[in-house]
Design a protein around this ligand. Sequence first.
Ligand code: SAH
Length: 360
Amino acid sequence: MTTIPDLLDFDPDAALALLGEWMTARGEPSYRATQVFGRLWQRPVRHFDEMTELPKALREALAQSFRISSLELATRQKSMDGTEKFLFRLHDGQFIETVAIPDGDRLTFCISSQAGCALQCAFCATGAMGFQRNLHPSEIAGQVRELRMLTPPIVPTNIVFMGMGEPLMNWKAVSPTLTLLNDPRALGIGARHITISTVGVLPGIVALAARPEQFRLAISIHAPSDALRHTLMPINTKYPLADVIEAARAFDRRVTFEYVMLGGVNDQPEHAAQLAQLARDCRAFVNLIPLHPGGSMGFTPSTSATIAAFARAVRARGVETAVRRSRGLDIAAACGQLRTERLGRRLPVATEQHGEVHVA
Ligand code: SAH
């Protein structure tokens, strides 16, 4: 492993401080640090060499002291509905996915926070491949940077952490990444346009709530009772529903519940009633998500009539509810599906080894 620092791993204050000290030590004016930083995220380049506004000798010296990492684009697929899916290869051979979803004048990037995932939700393709490793800020925010560097560039209006991995089990990297996404000196995406999706990792929710920005929180509920949720989401043992609902209530912004509709499993009228009660308890908004069929291990999507009836039943209890449209069905765009298609399934790495939550 090289010890040369990767400039993309630092939040703006840290990167500017690092570059500022380096410039001062070399007798360079401090505005040079701002110039370099501006070429990382706002007008991104791959190499110091391309920072032609800097003297050549300075560019060469920078390249001796710092790195600017990149992700290798392995595959790019476009759906009939305009959704585009990107598979990136990381320096150690891991693969991660990013999906760009156009919707009216919005363009949402669905980004990955881990290579694989330790949580093994029963219907999720990423869970089936096991946990590989946490991503660094340079690899999480780097997904946005890479798409901005394409010709023509693809620039998001919104970000959702709904790609591979559990973002709140990688808070150490996700927290500076949030700063990079949001800070006007870096990617400049409004905090309300950035959503963290979690199974309900409690220390992570507390850490997110402590941030002053208005980042949005979505919680994957998927079942309205502990007994059923446990069979779909093993993490429910560690973070049971009552605690997750309590954390959602304590969160000072409105929370969204995600609820994937699994035919005959969690889509019955009694489930709608229970779900509505939970949502009322913490004033949550409910998103009903049709199951993305690719890689969904023995589950079948609920019929659209069942989903519509379920939505009506939840709404009738005074809970705001939306039915999401599946996007990118023809390119297997749901969580983990592209990587699984390409590499086949791997045996999961033991959850106990990686399930620890580190909130830095
Ligand atoms: N680990 C986080 C974020 C990644 S998954 C979380 O669980 O929230 C983003 C969302 O996609 C989650 O709600 C997840 O349950 C859902 N999901 C996974 N596989 C799916 C599939 N095949 N169809 C529909 N939604 C799926």
